[in-house]
Design a binder for this molecule. Structure first.
Ligand SMILES: [Zn+2]
Length: 390
């Protein structure tokens, strides 16, 4: 097991088993006296949620809990969280959970001192109101290893009726402190471990393929892919075997938590066609984001291959394959099969009747604009059809 260590890129990250126990000292350092714990319904009832809630309760501080987050978060959940923040007269947030909890926590922080509605501050809104008031500090503690939202400056929330996704962005949405505690992820079921792990893998791979000069992000991508090659299968195997918090299990979970965080650091460079497909699959078919990426990756990476042969060779070396692009694709196929990612969209409940909606949503999604190869409507049709027929 690794002792607790610290990185400051892109924010203060405390990594190591037991790092969640450092919450009190970070609250003090940030001057937070009335923290609001923001978490989801399920995590609130699990050991990480209970442990953190009781830790906050026992401090000489006045803390409160908001756990009204579930599923793909919608704006009404944010509104309830903002009401809880104001009612408690909170001055900071401790966010605990997966990507949804992180995103809702960030938007609660934004809306705490900004008037109007969430959509007034949506990124890309031509009438966007200025984000100029204070944003209370956030301590982020992820309980899944996938989105890396704990080190992101953006947050996503859906409109209640249409489920259209709105993105909010501001540099000060970046949590002030991130506690990466692998003990919190040893209880994740195998399926969640696999799907969230494929999300992290897709962030690292897609960011690396984006055609722009960003050697720092590229280095992070390759090292992150290496960490996944060393740990994702083990994490899934340990979860399937019901292995508890053994040192080997905690080590593997620690590598995945780190790789997930690195994925979000790397994708400041951009994403690509895989994420446009995944966003469409989540909106149209309610597919888990990571699972959608995991199913699409061989097709979307295959689509990019001719333009990125050298990059796939470098990815092949990073994951310990034979250094050829073919070797990388073989490694990817092997990993997907071993961790139980379905080979076809059909096996995840997607049918040909969804095709037109999927293509329409994917085209509208902005991620594919950064793809190294331009993606047309016909390309999306071919990609989804291949993934359906596989
Ligand atoms: Zn993603």
């Amino acid at each position: 097991m690794t002792p607790v260590t610290q990185f400051n890129y892109p924010t203060q990250v405390r990594f190591g088993p037991g790092s969640m126990g450092e919450v009190p000292e970070h609250l003090t350092a940030l001057g937070i006296q009335r923290p609001l714990l923001v978490t989801d319904k399920i995590v609130a009832e699990l050991p990480p949620g209970q442990k953190l809630a009781s830790c906050l309760e026992n401090l000489p501080l006045d803390s409160a809990v908001f756990s009204g987050i579930w599923g793909n978060p919608v704006i009404s959940q944010v509104q309830a969280g903002v009401a809880a923040f104001k009612e408690h007269k909170a001055d900071g947030i401790v966010a605990l959970g997966g990507g949804a909890s992180m995103d809702v926590a960030k938007i609660i922080a934004l809306m705490a001192h900004h008037p109007g509605s969430v959509l007034d501050y949506e990124d890309g809104n031509p009438n966007q109101k200025p984000i100029q008031n204070p944003i209370p500090p956030i301590i982020a503690i992820p309980t899944t290893a996938g989105t890396g939202s704990e080190v992101g400056r953006a947050a996503v929330v859906s409109e209640d009726g249409s489920h259209r996704k709105a993105i909010l962005f501001h540099p000060r949405l970046l949590p002030a402190v991130v506690l990466l505690d692998p003990e919190l992820t040893v209880g994740l079921p195998a399926k969640v471990t696999a799907a969230t792990g494929m999300d992290a893998l897709s962030h690292l791979g897609e960011a690396f393929l984006v055609d722009s000069f960003h050697p720092m992000a590229d280095g992070v991508s390759l090292e992150g892919l290496g960490l996944i090659s060393k740990s994702l299968l083990d994490c899934v195997d340990f979860a399937n075997a019901g292995t508890g918090a053994t040192p080997e299990h905690i080590d593997a979970r620690g590598l995945m938590l780190t790789a997930s965080m690195m994925g979000a650091v790397a994708f400041q460079k951009g994403l690509g066609v895989t994420h446009s497909c995944a966003h469409a699959l989540s909106t149209v078919c309610d597919l888990h984001h990571g699972l959608a990426n995991g199913i699409m990756l061989p097709f979307t990476f295959g689509f990019n291959r001719s333009a990125c042969e050298d990059k796939f060779k470098r990815m092949s070396i990073a994951v310990g394959a034979d250094g050829s692009a073919d070797g990388f694709f073989r490694w990817l196929d092997g990993l997907r099969a071993q961790i139980g990612i379905p080979a076809s969209l059909r096996l995840a409940g997607v049918g040909p009747e969804h095709l037109d909606d999927l293509i329409a949503f994917a085209l509208k999604d902005s991620c594919h604009l950064e793809n190294p190869v331009p993606v047309s409507e016909a390309d999306f049709r071919a990609l989804f059809q291949s993934a359906l027929q596989a």
